[in-house]
Design a protein around this ligand. Structure first.
Ligand code: NAI
Ligand code: MG
Length: 378
């Protein structure tokens, strides 16, 4: 029986609540699909920081790096200055684990309410590949004359061929398993230096994948096309800042924060990938049992697909989608069930195999193929 070593970072607020549900779904999936996991909890987040003064220790990095995958809840607390935990933990992890790609599926599941009138699941099934380590988020720049009317702040966007090429290559690999179309989302007409590097990567990498069509869209136009005609997009590749923004728009279209999942992928095998629902610690509803665990469950599915457990991953996705369709609302009291209640229902649907198939092919199986290809290359 295959065993996987997982590191688990429950974090703060609703993070531990949705992570506990994901782990119970994992227990059930292990039994049903015949694999096992060893789990090591890594206590990172606001409470840990306030107790110990530590953001990210060598020891934590060691545990995370030596695991096969990381499951992450959410961190953040009103008790800690905004930015301290984000930069000191989340961005630091993405950098030190060399998580080159932030993968964000934007898929509308049948029966899930979307704010876009008339949108159907058949028309909304894309994956956003966000460069995850560079761009405007590297933290370079400076401020002189801070606090005076002469203050000058610079914040640079760093784009390396190495970082851009590997993101674009990943997008093409994934598109090859899907509908064979990659769209670059950027602002090449204004950000001409960075834009030229991204366009050149699309040209060079595109030659390696002649069966994949390529397209380009400006990020502002993307904000109109994504909600109104998502069927234009299969795989979208974009930089760190634009990716941050358009993935939230995608999340709204697919049913909101409770539903959306993500993976921070290390694609060269040099460290570990990390999977997380895209929502934060939601301090306003923490402790109430109102958090929707679907985003965490779908993130678990992404995690399992990259570990080669494609069948379990696809079953979790199907069961989660089926349960989402049953819920009267997607968050808070409107969900009509508690966080753990939703988890129990997902497990029951998975075990009884009563979930209907989903339109389109399974991203989970596509990812398993891409990941296997990357392992062969490494
Ligand atoms: P948030 O995502 O925590 O919450 C935004 C709104 O959505 C809140 O009204 C919340 O109740 C609701 N919500 C979030 N997740 C939900 C779920 N699973 N089910 C139902 N409703 C849900 O974002 P916010 O309020 O901006 O940030 C709160 C804290 O989380 C901050 O400290 C922030 O820095 C941190 N944060 C952490 C992230 C991470 O760990 N990756 C990502 C985003 C924010
Ligand atoms: Mg964001």
């Amino acid at each position: 029986m295959k065993n996987h070593n997982l590191a688990v970072i429950p974090g703060d607020g609703v993070g531990p609540e949705v992570t506990a549900v994901a782990l119970s779904i994992l227990d059930a999936a292990e039994e049903q699909f015949g694999f096992s996991t060893m789990r090591t909890e890594v206590p990172l987040g606001a409470d840990h920081f306030l107790e110990t003064g530590n953001l990210l220790t060598e020891e934590a990095i060691e545990t995370l790096t030596s695991s096969d995958a990381i499951m992450f809840g959410a961190i953040g607390s009103p008790k800690v200055t905004p930015g301290v935990l984000e930069r000191g933990i989340i961005l630091a992890l993405r950098g030190s684990m060399r998580q080159a790609i932030n993968l964000r599926p934007v898929r509308l599941y049948p029966g899930v309410p979307t704010p876009i009138a008339g949108l159907t699941p058949q028309r909304c099934d894309m994956v956003i590949v966000r460069e995850n380590t560079e761009g405007a988020y590297v933290g370079t720049g400076s401020t002189v004359h801070r606090g005076t009317t002469a203050a000058v702040a610079t914040q640079e966007s760093i784009n390396t061929w190495y970082g851009v090429e590997r993101a674009v290559d990943f997008a093409f690999r994934l598109a090859q398993q899907r509908r064979k179309k990659v769209t670059l989302c950027h602002k090449t007409n204004v950000l001409v230096q960075a834009g030229a590097l991204w366009l050149e990567a699309m040209r060079v990498v595109g030659e390696r994948y002649p069966d994949v069509e390529q397209d380009y869209v400006h990020v502002d136009a993307m904000c109109m096309h994504l909600p109104v005609s998502p069927e234009r997009f299969d795989v979208v590749v974009t930089d760190n800042l634009f990716g941050d923004i358009v993935t939230d728009l995608g999340a709204v279209v697919q049913g909101g924060l409770g539903v959306a999942s993500s993976g921070n992928l290390n694609i060269d095998g040099s460290a570990t990938s990390m999977f997380e629902p895209i929502h934060g610690s939601a301090p306003d509803i923490a402790g109430k049992g109102w958090a929707n665990p679907a985003g965490a469950a779908l993130s678990l599915a992404l995690l399992l697909s990259t570990l080669g457990e494609g069948k379990a991953a696809a079953a979790i996705e199907r069961a989660t989608a089926a349960v989402l369709a049953e819920l009267p609302g997607l968050a808070g009291e409107a969900m009509g069930m508690s966080t753990t209640g939703v988890g129990e229902r997902i497990i029951a649907v998975m075990q009884s195999d009563e979930a209907p198939g989903l339109p389109g092919d399974s991203l989970m199986e596509q990812l398993a193929v891409v990941q296997a290809g990357l392992r062969d290359r490494a």
